[in-house]
Ligand binder design. Structure first.
Ligand SMILES: Nc1nc(=O)c2c([nH]1)NC[C@@H]1CN(c3ccc(C(=O)N[C@@H](CCC(=O)O)C(=O)O)cc3)CN21
Ligand SMILES: O=c1ccn([C@H]2C[C@H](O)[C@@H](COP(=O)(O)O)O2)c(=O)[nH]1
Length: 292
């Protein structure tokens, strides 16, 4: 995934240093596009070790229309915990619990999770029930891809101006479009991501949408071809500069292969056991702090 490393280099060399909402500070460029040919292999980063499981669990959580971290916490996926915790520390119920203690309470109590594990109407809600009006964008997408492949309206939007204020974090990967090849063999996907944490978030986002494209392709009778990733504010947090430079010194390795259970015919029927990665090779893990 040389494209990704080239992007890191481009940002470090050409970006402007800016303050940001989290207070960490970033180096950032506006507008950058990378393309991943899914026929070459599955684009899970090879220059640092990642696991597909949390990424796949998060995608299944979106597809369920779920917006409470309990589903993720129950499966030991930690990536969304900081945001409800932030809100909890500001609530009347807060008794000085650490993040770990908070997560333990989410796991143990449905009631606590219902009250404090909600992220608001984030991705899953907008995908499956846009604006709370029963509009299932995923189902419409699937129907459209099957029945009207050459439509230019194969869109999913997580960006909902009427509800962004109610979300713990407004959607970053916000606008998706799909495209069927002229011979009706291949499906491609483009994502517009308004804000991109290039070290932590972007490797997750690439793998997540590559996986989603493969799942949608399977249930619609296509083969996944290309993922086009278009970024708005593409930034590297200051406290990631060193790990990113380390990563840039590493040679990309051959890509892994995604294997989906071929018996699944509805996008809503996939489970984690239907999603397997083969021949994943990577360099060692690289750790960076997540800015909240
Ligand atoms: N600043 C920031 N960056 C993000 O990427 C981000 C947010 N905020 N807020 C919402 C979500 C949460 N995301 C996250 C959060 C944490 C990791 C992370 O820590 N990844 C580790 C592995 C974690 C694990 O496997 O449990 C990594 O090595 O990539 C990744 C994406 C992506 N998003
Ligand atoms: O899927 C995701 C979700 C979030 N991010 C990053 C991008 C930014 O660094 C933060 C969000 O902060 P905003 O101030 O709302 O832009 O999270 C990501 O890269 N991928």
């Amino acid at each position: 995934m040389k494209q990704y490393l080239d992007m890191c280099e481009y940002i470090l060399e050409n970006g402007e240093d800016r303050d940001d909402r989290t207070g960490t500070g970033t180096r950032s460029v506006f507008g950058y596009q990378t393309r991943y040919n899914l026929l070459d292999g599955f684009p899970l980063m090879t220059t640092k070790k990642l696991f597909l499981r949390p990424i796949a669990e998060e995608l299944l959580w979106f597809l369920k229309g779920d917006t409470n971290i309990k589903y993720l916490v129950d499966r030991n996926v930690r990536i969304w915990n900081e945001w409800p915790y932030e809100n909890y520390t500001k609530s009347d119920d807060y008794q000085g619990e650490t993040l770990e203690e908070f997560v333990e309470k989410i796991k143990e109590s449905d009631e606590f999770a219902a009250k404090h594990g909600e992220l608001g109407p984030v991705y899953g809600k907008q995908w499956r029930d846009f604006n709370g009006e029963g509009i299932d964008q995923v189902q419409r997408l699937i129907d459209g891809l099957k029945n009207n492949p050459f439509s230019r309206r194969h869109i999913i939007s997580a960006w909902n101006p009427a509800q962004v204020d109610k979300m713990a974090l407004p959607p970053c990967h916000a606008f998706l479009q799909f495209y069927v090849s002229a011979d009706k063999k291949y499906l491609s996907c483009q994502l517009y991501q308004r804000s991109a944490d290039v070290f932590l978030g972007v490797p997750f986002n690439i793998a997540s949408y590559a996986l989603m494209t493969a799942m949608i392709a399977q249930v619609c009778g296509y083969e996944a071809k290309e993922f086009v990733h278009t970024l708005g504010d593409a930034h590297i947090y200051k406290d990631h500069f060193d790990v990113v430079r380390t990563q840039m010194e590493r040679e990309p390795l051959p890509l892994s292969k995604l294997v989906l259970n071929k018996d699944v015919t509805s996008i809503f029927d996939f489970t984690i056991d239907d999603i397997k990665l083969e021949d994943y090779q990577s360099h060692g893990k690289l750790v960076g702090k997540v800015s909240v």
